[in-house]
Design a binder for this molecule. Structure first.
Ligand code: PMP
Length: 288
């Protein structure tokens, strides 16, 4: 087996990429894998075409899909085989410091692994396997803080194009959470936030709970309920919570100011209570 990393071929045990590679940090990358028999890639044109589509969807630029062919050739020449499997991964590149939204000037990391494989002549009958049936939960468990964040990255890129700092995500007509935060709206003196399990599990944010505790201590009415995008746009006040921002007041949604326009009175009250609790150390152990 041999590994190609950005034009250099190395032994698998010497193959290294940066811990700041966005493929490693966020799964911010695409891949393909082609089987070669007698030096011919099975469905090579289709693989290149699918790679082009994946790169376009993820907006990963700086890698020419047709170069996959050249990389495969080079790896097979080094392996001195015409029968191989060639895996390719193109990540958005290395970015320091860590930040969901990619910088505009990144160079993609190109990693390929060539592995010698059986010849067509040796494959006289199909292999026999067993299977199990499992629920299809792919990308469903947003309550787990996993690093598969490609969609979060793409949503952040879309938000940044609109000069916004956080995309608020919507599913089945209701808001779920921010791409790296939890969302709250304030209507009168009622503080509302999406419930943790509908329409899909969301991250039980530590600061979400701290904000709810603070709101409760202030005697505000709290609702964990479905919230539509319209309700966010029409809210008196809105804010997000997260570890990095603690509480950030939302001034505008999709380019339009929300009612208060500036930091609302209830938002300010919750913020001040949160800060007071953090300072006092009382919020380190949230109530259960
Ligand atoms: N939702 C998502 C998707 C997040 O990535 C984060 C940030 N960790 C949050 C919510 C807020 O969680 P916490 O308050 O624990 O930082």
């Amino acid at each position: 087996m041999l590994v190609w990393i950005n034009g250099t071929i190395s032994q698998p045990e010497d193959a290294r990429i940066s811990v700041f590679d966005r493929g490693f940090m966020y799964g911010d990358s695409v891949y393909e894998a082609v089987r070669f028999f007698d030096g011919v890639g099975v469905g090579m044109d289709q693989h290149v075409q699918r790679l082009r589509r994946s790169l376009a969807y993820t907006k990963i630029t700086g890698f020419k899909p047709d170069d996959y062919r050249i990389i495969c050739r080079s790896l097979m020449e080094s392996l001195q085989t015409e029968d191989a499997m060639v895996y390719l991964q193109v990540t958005r590149g290395v970015q320091i410091p860590r930040r969901h939204c990619p910088d505009s000037n990144l160079t993609p990391s190109v990693i390929a692994v060539g592995s010698p494989a059986a010849s067509l002549e040796s494959m006289t009958q199909p292999m026999q396997i067993s299977v199990t049936v499992e629920p299809d939960l792919r990308r469903m468990h947003c309550d787990v803080k996993a690093t598969n964040l490609l969609e979060n990255v793409l949503a952040t890129m879309a938000a940044e194009q609109m000069q916004a700092q956080e995309p608020i995500l919507q599913l089945d007509g209701v808001l779920t959470e921010g791409s790296s935060s939890n969302i709250f709206v304030v209507q009168g003196t009622t503080v509302r936030t999406p419930q943790l399990n509908h329409p899909r599990p969301i991250l039980p944010g530590i600061n979400r709970q701290l904000a709810l505790d603070a709101a409760q201590a202030l005697g505000l009415r709290i609702e964990e309920t479905s919230i539509s995008a319209k309700e966010l746009r029409d809210a008196d006040e809105a804010f997000i919570t997260s570890s990095s921002r603690v509480l950030a007041s939302i001034q505008a949604v999709d380019g339009r100011s929300i009612r208060s326009g500036s930091i609302g009175a209830v938002t300010l009250q919750i913020h001040d209570e949160l800060v007071r609790r953090i300072r006092a150390g009382s919020s380190i152990t949230p109530q259960t």
